[in-house]
Design a binder for this molecule. Sequence first.
Ligand code: HEC
Length: 133
Amino acid sequence: MLVVFGGMQLVRPARTNPPVNAANTLEAQYEVPGEVKQVLERACSDCHSNRTKWPWYSHVAPVSWLLADHVKDARRKMNLDDFQEDVSVKDICKELRIGTMPLKGYVLLHPEAKLSGAEIQAVCAWTMKAQAK
Ligand code: HEC
């Protein structure tokens, strides 16, 4: 058991935080009200930005593999620091309404990422009228 666990630690996934190009951020492309920005930073940016705070357990396999994968997938789908038009801001509201985001496991470990009904409303109200600059 110990040998297997030790061996697993040798397979270290890349926990990268690529540089942020200010011209590509969501904010460079949309007016984002303070409250909305605060919600996205608090509940989404660990997975959906280039500024992931990698916790200590992200260094321990097999958790490290799982987290690195989540962040890679999440950034590919939507990156607040490299916002691409293939995901629309309206998808943000949709994910919050159906409750798939932030991921349940993440909220268990980061209770501060839990969003109130009022916060979800505020984000959705913004996505309804948000227009690309
Ligand atoms: C623990 C990591 C994590 C957190 C935190 C997180 N997400 Fe995600 N998100 C993912 C992953 C992984 C995917 C891609 C796989 C999937 O679609 O389930 C994803 C996909 C998405 C997508 C694309 C859905 C689609 O299939 O088109 C949107 C939009 C999204 N997330 C929004 C958010 C928002 C908004 C927040 C914050 C309120 C958030 N996410 C928080 C991991 C996360």
